[in-house]
Design a protein around this ligand. Structure first.
Ligand code: CTP
Length: 347
């Protein structure tokens, strides 16, 4: 009896050793084990080591263009690590940022496609920093929008990564930039003091001047500032930003509404707190006419669709009512109740 069990034990061990040997042999050559298709094999290998991608940036006055860049970068890999450039590096390379480092960190961390954030990242990818990204952070690729990122000395900030074959490009979102937002803000105050217009222009030149842009002001000459949004809201973009999931059958739905103009760290915090009150956060964004009527003719700075996309990109938000009424009407409550069981209103 003892002899039989020790023989089968040895036999079993030999079979396992052969199987492991075969597996390691084919794995080393990158080939799938016998009977396994190449597609499935690639999937298994990918599962073992997630593809990690790195995107850096200033993310000043965080807008939906930045969010769309992060969304596209995340789609390139399995995990997205974002380097937020330090205040000092931004000052040295393109002028002072409007929002300081700690606020820019809050904004980037709040985006639902971001997995990890590195603070005080350098503006340019140096040999040393790239080595750190590969060795310490286990990055596979470095990603940036398809706009040129030129250093003050005229060289490409991503030249080192491109040379190493570790650079990938995503499409920059047309019609929005930090410079454009500063222009819209300046237009808001311009009429209050025409004599200050010179100061406004120089202020605008100071901030985020990495991308030159022509400003439109409704035909009143060459003054800076615009409220003309270049954003074309398409259903595809809204779908790309959506979670695509409704609340579960017994979910506690929380509703919060607002303008969410120039989406900032305070908005992120209130959305975080609201989300903690239940299982599903529904956000109502008021339309532009309502905001103008309540807050003055120069508001909002960002239009309804732009504001809604910033809200949708936030990790605490599950769904958005685009153009929600100012007052929560009976009709609206019954719609939400139909949607699910509403437990909280949060104003
Ligand atoms: N980005 C984008 N679309 C925009 C603005 C930025 O895809 N409309 C991308 C950039 O290409 C970059 C990332 O977002 O990969 C971070 O950009 P950032 O460093 O903040 O600077 P800018 O490109 O100068 O953005 P902005 O002009 O809005 O300040």
């Amino acid at each position: 009896m003892n002899k039989i069990s020790s023989t089968s034990l040895i036999g079993g061990a030999v079979v396992v050793a052969m199987a492991v040997g075969l597996y390691l042999g084919v794995a080393k050559r990158g080939l799938p084990p016998e009977g396994l298709g190449m597609g499935l094999w690639r999937k298994i290998k990918r599962k073992k080591k997630p593809l990690r991608v790195y995107m850096d940036g200033c993310f000043d006055m965080m807008h939906y263009g930045h969010c769309n860049a992060l969304r596209q970068a995340r789609a390139v890999g399995d995990q997205l690590v974002v380097g937020v450039v330090s205040d000092a590096e931004i000052i040295a390379n393109k002028g002072p940022p409007v929002t300081p480092m700690h606020e820019r960190m809050i904004m980037v961390k709040a985006v639902k496609w971001v997995d990890e954030v590195i603070s005080d990242a350098p503006y340019a990818i140096t040999e040393d920093f790239m080595k750190k990204l590969f060795d310490e952070y286990k990055m596979d690729y470095i990603i940036h929008g398809d706009d040129p990122c030129v250093l003050p000395d005229g060289t490409d900030a991503y030249a080192v990564a491109k040379k190493a074959g570790r650079f990938k490009q995503i499409k920059r979102t047309e019609g929005i930039s930090s410079t454009d937002i500063v222009g819209r803000m300046l237009l808001c105050v311009r009429e209050r003091s025409v004599s200050d217009s010179h100061n406004h222009s120089s202020l605008q030149r100071q901030f985020s001047h990495g991308h030159s842009q022509k400003f439109e002001d409704g035909g009143s000459g060459s003054r800076s500032g615009t409220r003309v949004s270049h954003f074309l809201p398409t259903s595809r973009r809204i779908v790309q930003f959506s979670n695509g999931k409704g609340p579960g059958p017994n979910a506690h739905i929380v509703y919060i509404d607002g303008a969410f103009d120039l989406f900032h760290a305070g908005h992120v915090e209130i959305l975080r707190v609201a989300r903690e009150l239940g299982d599903f956060l529904l956000v109502g964004t008021h339309n532009d006419q309502t905001i103008s009527a309540k807050r003055g003719t120069h508001r909002p700075i960002m239009n309804l669709h732009e504001r809604s996309l910033s809200v949708l990109a936030c990790r605490y938000v599950d769904e958005v009512i685009i153009g929600a009424p100012w007052e929560v009407s009976k009709d609206m409550v019954s719609t939400i109740l139909w949607f699910n069981l509403l437990r909280f209103f949060f104003f």
